[in-house]
Design a protein around this ligand. Structure first.
Ligand SMILES: [Zn+2]
Ligand SMILES: [Zn+2]
Length: 352
């Protein structure tokens, strides 16, 4: 089968490799969609993974074409999405059902071969069936959507509140859509550049701020009569944005750090003071895996897709073949390319 192999950072090769054989309790999934996660970009362009060569990719959907022995609830032809984390089921955190916090987990695309390939073998516990009306592309974005739901739960967003998504990438755009479903009175997002702004507007976000042109805190102050945002999630992981996100939070607000950061954050005395005097909570959110595995954020995401309340439609910037992988990661690394969710379609767009 065809697969994208990462030999080392910035060294991707599309190769012909043996098709995986499903072991007992596993099913072979024909990959119909595999999204590029924000975490894949530094993994592929800077840091590498846990071994090499490795097939990257952990946000995927497909159809079952073979089942190993002991697979009970799935059969050939079942359309599925896949939870990428495989918990150890031995540590304290697994025992408490907090699988995202597992101390020795396995993970598609970073600790075992992933889904930038034509086929991948998946343990039955990681499979989720799709309703007929959920397409493979929405299904391949279930992981970022579940992350958005998890972040929203950490933010304790209440109906009638103002929600700010700092960063309008895929997870931010899902959070905004779900915040609307949860009854947020006002949706605000901040990003940089016209194309990102355009996409956020397509999702009906009330206030879309281009931070390269306006100061988000000033705009939000004016729009909220000085009350600022009640629930804020930073999806960028970039220290300057994290600082601004904190500056946009009102009294008793919850600020959730969700975007992966690769550098430190320093706060000045005014920022620390506003956290203290405003009784602002700064909270972390990591992944989406809870009991019963893979967790309610996954079941809820699939339900929202099936009810037509959320969609990945406007956030997919590229639909590519596996052969395009080396080139797109080179272009991303070179900078200047507009992209949002990049989606590989290993078998093309004919999903029939
Ligand atoms: Zn991801
Ligand atoms: Zn564990």
């Amino acid at each position: 089968m065809k697969a994208v192999m990462m030999y080392k950072p910035k060294d991707l090769r599309v190769e012909d490799v043996p098709e995986p054989k499903p072991k007992d309790g596993e099913a072979l999934v024909k990959v119909m969609g595999c999204g590029v996660c924000g975490s894949d970009i530094p993994r592929i362009n800077r840091y590498g993974a846990y071994f090499a060569p490795i097939i990257p990719g952990h946000e995927f959907s497909g159809v079952i074409v073979e089942t190993g022995r002991e697979v009970r609830d799935f059969k050939n032809g079942d359309r599925v999405t896949v939870a990428p984390l495989i918990p150890c089921h031995k540590c304290e955190w697994c025992g408490r059902g907090l699988y995202s916090l597992c101390s020795s987990y396995d993970y598609f695309g970073s600790r075992r071969h992933g889904a930038m390939a034509e086929y991948v073998a998946v343990p039955e516990a990681n499979l989720l069936k799709l309703s007929d009306n959920v397409d493979y592309i929405d299904a391949a974005t279930t992981d970022p959507c579940a992350n958005a739901l998890h972040g929203l739960a950490q933010s304790k967003l209440q109906p009638g509140e103002t929600f700010l998504a700092y960063g309008a990438g895929p997870i931010g755009l899902f959070a905004l859509q779900v915040a609307r479903v949860h009854g947020a009175a006002r949706l605000i997002t901040v990003d940089i550049g016209e194309k990102k702004i355009e996409v956020a507007k397509k999702y009906g976000v009330d206030i879309v701020i281009d931070a390269s042109k306006e100061d988000p805190a000033e705009v939000i102050k004016k729009e909220t009569g000085g009350r600022m945002a009640d629930a804020v999630i930073d999806f960028t992981g970039a220290p300057p944005a994290q600082k601004k996100a904190i500056n946009c939070a009102g009294k008793m607000a919850r600020v959730v750090l969700l975007g992966i950061s690769h550098s430190g954050l320093s706060l000045d005395e005014h920022e620390v003071d506003s956290i203290m005097r405003g009784q602002i909570s700064v909270i972390g959110s990591w992944n989406s895996f809870t009991q019963p595995f893979p967790g309610n954020d996954w079941f809820e995401s699939l339900k929202l897709f099936s009810e037509g309340k959320i969609s990945s439609k406007h956030m997919i910037s590229h639909k590519l073949a596996l052969d395009d992988a080396p080139d797109i990661f080179r272009k991303i690394d070179a900078g200047g390319l507009f992209f949002n969710k990049v989606m590989f379609l290993p078998h093309g767009e004919n999903f029939g």
